[in-house]
Design a protein around this ligand. Structure first.
Ligand code: URA
Length: 208
């Protein structure tokens, strides 16, 4: 079974409260989602492997460590975009892939309309990013797409999840560890997380 890590650092929880508040405006919402993206990345990448290379400091030659593997960030469109800059701020060498999903009106299943990945993804540590882990359907389908590339080291990164989404994701992809900053109470009948933060895409992009 995959590991679920709730990253409950006080700074992150403080920023999450700002993000949850319905009175928070679009600019502040976007800034805080990105800042959480940066902070949570420290936890997600804590166990990444490093390798030694030789460099020269202004004083002498020395051995020093760098990341052993590439990191590829894959936001699920559109809300996942809200965390990308924050994550990339702390991993500037990360490449970005994209997966776009829409919900088919008839089957209600998430359907891919766009997928583009950097070639490095096969051997990289892949961070699938979606702030909301609600039903888990989009995350499951996005990970299906990423796995088609041959990528194996995949982690899911979100802000707010719920027991239903976590269970679904763990059942579908038990090799994908989940990093989240809050496990909320439940999903409501409209598919929103309760208490949640509302529609993350709308709040990020001011579309409502
Ligand atoms: N997507 C959102 O943006 N918010 C939710 O609460 C659930 C899914």
């Amino acid at each position: 079974m995959s590991k679920v890590t709730v990253v409950d650092h006080p700074l992150i929880q403080h920023k999450l409260t700002i993000v949850r508040d319905r009175l928070t405006n679009t600019k502040t919402f976007r800034e805080n989602v990105n800042e959480i993206g940066s902070l949570v990345t420290y936890e997600i990448t804590r166990d990444l492997q490093t390798k030694e290379i030789e460099i020269e400091t202004p004083i002498t030659k020395t051995k020093a460590k760098i990341l052993a593997k590439d990191v590829v960030i894959v936001p699920i469109l559109r809300a996942g975009l809200g965390m990308v800059d924050g994550i990339q701020n702390v991993i500037p060498t990360a490449k970005i892939g994209h997966v776009g999903m829409y919900r088919d009106e008839v089957t209600l299943k998430p359907t891919k309309y766009y997928a583009k990945f950097p070639k490095e993804i096969v051997d990289a540590t892949v961070l699938i990013v979606d702030p909301m882990l609600a039903t888990g359907n989009s995350a499951i389908a996005a990970i299906d797409e990423v796995k088609k590339t041959g990528a194996k080291d995949i982690r899911f990164v979100g802000l707010v999840g719920c027991p239903e989404g976590i269970k679904a994701l763990q059942e579908a992809h038990d090799d994908v560890d989940i990093y989240i900053i809050s496990i909320d109470e439940k999903l409501n009948e409209k598919g929103y997380i309760v208490p949640g933060l509302g529609d993350c895409g709308d709040r990020l992009f001011g579309t409502k």
